[in-house]
Design a binder for this molecule. Structure first.
Ligand SMILES: [Zn+2]
Length: 196
């Protein structure tokens, strides 16, 4: 049970922690008290754990030339990587053989919003707690495997979809909201799938 002594000791420990003076080892009478009193020693332990958890949040952002360089490079790196992928696919598809291999991607590209949303749904079901909870439990290899499973499934789904419909579901909704009228969704039986 904390006595008045203990209460005073704890008040002081709390004050010191808040003021930032609680970093060093307690000295003098406080040291003696903590040695005798497991309750107060435990209290100090708790204070240290709490301040250790909070401190990183309070540290001010310290800019450095390297930090600026890294975040600038990172800002350019992402669109540059995207352009690289896009250009690589366009250049490859100009070749006869690669063109045939990459051709199915045009269906995926006709419903990009749907596929993007679908990826979010699939991946949150895999990674988040309300699904399989894989987050931070799987390494890069399994993530790569997942990518090579999920995307081909989306390509196949897109191919199947455009045998029956003119637009992806999310794209259809987007158009409906944009134009204020629902465009025709079903392909006519006479129509062959649009091979754009
Ligand atoms: Zn005490």
């Amino acid at each position: 049970m904390p006595t008045d002594d203990c209460q005073a000791a704890r008040d002081r420990l709390l004050d010191q922690t808040i003021a930032g003076f609680g970093e060093g080892s307690p000295a003098g009478a406080m040291k003696e008290h903590l040695r005798r009193c497991p309750g107060c020693a435990k209290y100090l332990e708790g204070l240290r754990a709490a301040s250790g958890a909070i401190r990183p949040l309070l540290e001010p952002f310290k800019p450095s030339p390297l930090g600026v360089l890294v975040s600038t490079a990172y800002g350019y790196q992402r669109p540059a990587l995207m352009l690289f992928y896009a250009c690589a696919i366009v250049l490859l598809s100009l070749h006869e053989r690669w063109g045939r291999i990459l051709a199915p991607l045009r269906f995926t590209g006709r419903m990009p919003l749907t596929n993007y949303l679908m990826q979010s749904v699939i991946c949150t079901l895999i990674f988040y707690g309300y699904g399989l909870g894989f987050y931070e439990r799987v390494g890069p290899t399994l993530c790569l495997v997942l990518a090579f499973v999920i995307f081909p499934v989306q390509v196949l789904t897109s191919i199947w979809w455009f045998r029956h419909f003119r637009f992806g579901p999310a794209e259809w909704l987007w158009r409906t909201l944009t134009y204020g009228a629902a465009p025709k969704m079903l392909l006519d039986p006479s129509e062959s799938p649009v091979a754009v």
